[in-house]
Design a protein around this ligand. Structure first.
Ligand SMILES: [Zn+2]
Length: 403
């Protein structure tokens, strides 16, 4: 191919990719799976949704029970498409990390509704999608990370002591997919390098050895991650981070990379005013559908590995709220001082729902940190007794004092 022709083809592919993902982003509300709008759904509810989606998908999807959890809940595998490139996605191996499970429902709904479009036809012709939504249904029941047997199944890839881990391993080994997506949530308080920007999504192509080498499998994972990076940067530029790739010999991502499936880990992080992570769910859905299409037509290859490599590291220097430079006064006569006050909102689970409480988590010169919400306390006085480290604070009342 002559250089000019190559450039032209590259430009055309790039435009087509960009148009498709833009369209997915803009029209999301028309295909978002409408019957789920909060993170705290359990296995029984998921099963209702999967049954409804299977009906809407008609003959496009098969669903089988791939195994059962320790408490006997079904772990289900959906299969779509007849293509030669197998793409395996599994979500919620940590029971309290449901964002991607919702995105998987969205993308199944998209395929059901848009089955006649050239993009969906291409995806179903060139790829086989293998989807396990909610690998840890017992953990989801309790909204906890670990399985009901108390195991973090992401440290059980070698010993395979949990039935849930054995299901994941057995599906991986049966199909030997070329590409895998390991779908998680991370603390919403990660930021992007030292930029202060919140990490809305962090990506990782896990290492398969302690040297963190590249081989054909991991290089392909980096290309897939690059396609995802380029797609998502159109919508959240400066908010993607890269997760630390230190080899973890017990983790599934690292081992599945070693076993020959190119793995990309997606961590759903945080976004301002989005405690239920609905915007991040949308990003997962748009990103994954875009990448399926790029895998279907092979265009993901053209991104190389550079866009992924260039993402800044995930760092933890972000709080929910910082009140800057308030004057803190001590009624007992100790001298006043100027301090920044960091408050995190903690999610407290009650049987009848969830509420949030604020807790003072840092105090002093916090100028190297950032926050989802920053308020100026300049010229305002706050009584030290209400902002001591570890104190539970009524955030609204505190903000009233500095307004
Ligand atoms: Zn996780």
């Amino acid at each position: 191919m002559k250089p000019f022709t190559f450039l032209l083809v590259f430009a055309m592919l790039t435009t087509a990719d960009a148009q498709f993902s833009q369209q997915l982003f803009d029209s999301y509300d028309s295909y978002r799976y409408p019957d789920i709008s909060s993170r705290r759904f359990k296995h029984a509810e998921l099963m209702t949704h999967l049954a409804a989606l299977q009906t809407r998908l008609g003959g496009l999807a098969t669903m089988e029970e791939a195994g059962r959890s320790a408490e006997g809940r079904s772990i289900n595998l959906l299969r779509l498409g007849t293509g030669k490139t197998k793409v395996f996605l599994w979500s919620q191996m940590h029971g309290d990390e449901p964002t991607a499970t919702m995105a998987l429902l969205d993308l199944l709904h998209y395929i059901a509704l848009r089955r006649e479009t050239p993009e969906v036809k291409a995806i179903l012709k060139q790829t086989t999608l293998l989807i396990i939504p909610m690998l840890n249904p017992d953990g989801a029941e309790r909204f906890q990370r670990r399985t009901s047997q108390g195991i973090d199944m992401n440290r059980d890839a070698l010993r395979l002591q949990t039935p849930e881990a054995r299901v994941l391993k057995s599906v991986r080994d049966t199909y030997q997919p070329e590409i895998g997506f390991n779908l998680h949530d991370q603390d919403p308080r990660y930021s992007v390098g030292d930029t202060g920007g919140v990490a809305v999504i962090s990506l990782l192509t896990p290492a398969y050895n302690t040297e963190k080498s590249d081989n054909a499998v991991r290089t392909r994972a980096k290309k897939v991650a690059s396609a995802l990076t380029v797609t998502l940067e159109r919508f959240v530029k400066g908010h993607l981070a890269k997760y630390d790739d230190t080899f973890e010999p017990r983790a599934f991502g690292d081992n599945i990379q070693k076993w020959g499936t190119s793995v990309v880990l997606i961590e759903s992080g945080g976004w301002k005013n989005d405690p239920e992570k609905m915007f991040i769910r949308k990003l997962n859905c748009v990103g994954l559908l875009s990448v399926f299409h790029a895998v279907a037509d092979g265009s993901y290859e053209k991104f190389g590995t550079a866009p992924y490599e260039a993402i800044p590291m995930n760092t933890k220097n972000l709080y929910d709220i910082i009140i800057e430079k308030a004057t803190v006064v001590f009624p007992d006569g100790r001298p006043p001082l100027v301090a920044d006050i960091a408050i995190n909102k903690e999610e407290v689970r009650q049987p009848d729902g969830t509420w949030w409480k604020g807790r003072v988590v840092d105090f002093g010169d916090l100028s190297v940190f950032s926050a989802h919400d920053v308020y100026s306390g300049l010229g305002k006085s706050i009584d030290a007794s209400i902002v001591e480290m570890g104190d539970i604070v009524n955030v609204e009342e505190l903000l009233e004092k500095i307004r």
